[in-house]
Design a protein around this ligand. Structure first.
Ligand code: 3PG
Length: 307
């Protein structure tokens, strides 16, 4: 019997859990949950026997892969799979999948929420600004950015995009696509980052890019802290007191922000972008269905570590 582990240090909403259970019960799969674990050894121990695992931001590295001798499939219930060593998995013949688009509306709504919070001076009561009429710069144009665009249009924002991989799509939707990241940062009142933490995107938000930001700009990061060059952001914020940085999850040097940039930053205490019942249901159920389709039909549609 196929055995699945759902290992989520940050658990899914209750409704998502019961819907995931339904998928596996109907398929006749054995399943178990490891939620809110506090010790990494619990994760390692639980992975000794399953054929497949569903994770969120749980770290799946070489150590995990060496212990998980039965593992054939890892499904990251979410978009970003920077927490999974995909190459090490490929070497061991373990398929890695994500569930693209399933939680993107939740992240997009958070990005807009952070923009409003920043424009309203962190709800301090100081006179702020409105989204309407301002220019939103989308850094990247994947699932999340497309949802941000949809919502921002409702607010009456002007939208610009910089994208390497979705230019045709953005242009066909009538969006203004800049020729460089620098240009995007120069024309936007609010920049919202939506690129994955891999390849050329790592540390792509550098001083050279940031220095083009408009006066009083907001920088919103609901992607990953790794796409920011943290030291250069800190350096930049030191001489641009008009700019604010709001992010879903604190940077490594959060203490520097506390010390120098009071009132100009906000970090969620834990990554919360996809932490809604709807997103948990969408991503969790999609992950469960992908596991069933893989073992029953050999379906590898969402594999991200294809050779
Ligand atoms: C994603 O990459 O899908 C989001 O960052 C969600 O991450 P989470 O599952 O840890 O909330």
């Amino acid at each position: 019997m196929t055995k699945v582990l759902i290992a989520t240090e940050k658990p899914f909403a209750e409704k998502a859990v019961s819907l995931i259970e339904n998928v596996f019960s109907e398929a006749g799969f054995e399943y178990g949950f490891l939620e809110r674990y506090t010790d990494r050894n619990q994760f390692l121990e639980a992975l000794k026997t399953p054929d497949a695992v569903i994770v969120r931001s749980d770290i799946v590295d070489k150590k995990v892969l060496n212990i998980a001798q039965n593992l054939k499939l890892i499904v990251r219930a979410g978009a970003g799979y920077d927490n999974v060593d995909v190459d090490a998995a490929a070497k061991k013949g373990v398929v890695v999948m994500n569930t693209p688009g399933q939680n993107s509306n939740a992240v997009a709504e958070l990005a807009i929420g952070l923009a409003i919070y920043g424009l309203r001076n962190m709800f301090t009561g100081a006179s702020g600004g409105e989204l309407k009429g301002r220019t939103l710069g989308l850094h990247g144009y994947g699932h999340v950015a497309r949802n941000v665009k949809r919502i921002a249009e409702g607010f009456g924002m002007n939208i610009a995009v910089f994208t390497r991989y979705s230019r045709k799509r953005a242009e066909s939707e009538g969006l203004f696509v800049t020729d460089s990241l620098e240009e995007l940062y120069a024309i936007s009142d609010v920049v919202s980052i939506h690129v994955p933490a891999r390849g050329e995107h790592l540390k792509s938000v550098s001083f050279e890019v940031l220095k083009h930001l408009k006066e009083n700009a907001l920088l919103i990061n609901t992607a990953r802290k790794e796409v920011i060059n943290e030291d250069e952001l800190i350096h930049f914020l030191r001489f641009r007191p008009d700019v604010k940085y709001l992010a879903d999850i604190a940077p490594d040097k959060a203490h520097e922000f506390e010390k120098h940039f009071k009132g100009r930053y906000f970090f969620t205490p834990k990554k919360i972008g996809a932490q809604t019942a709807e997103a948990n249901i969408n991503a969790g159920v999609a992950a469960a269905r992908q596991i069933v389709a893989f073992f029953k039909d050999g379906d590898t549609t969402f594999q991200v570590n294809k050779a």
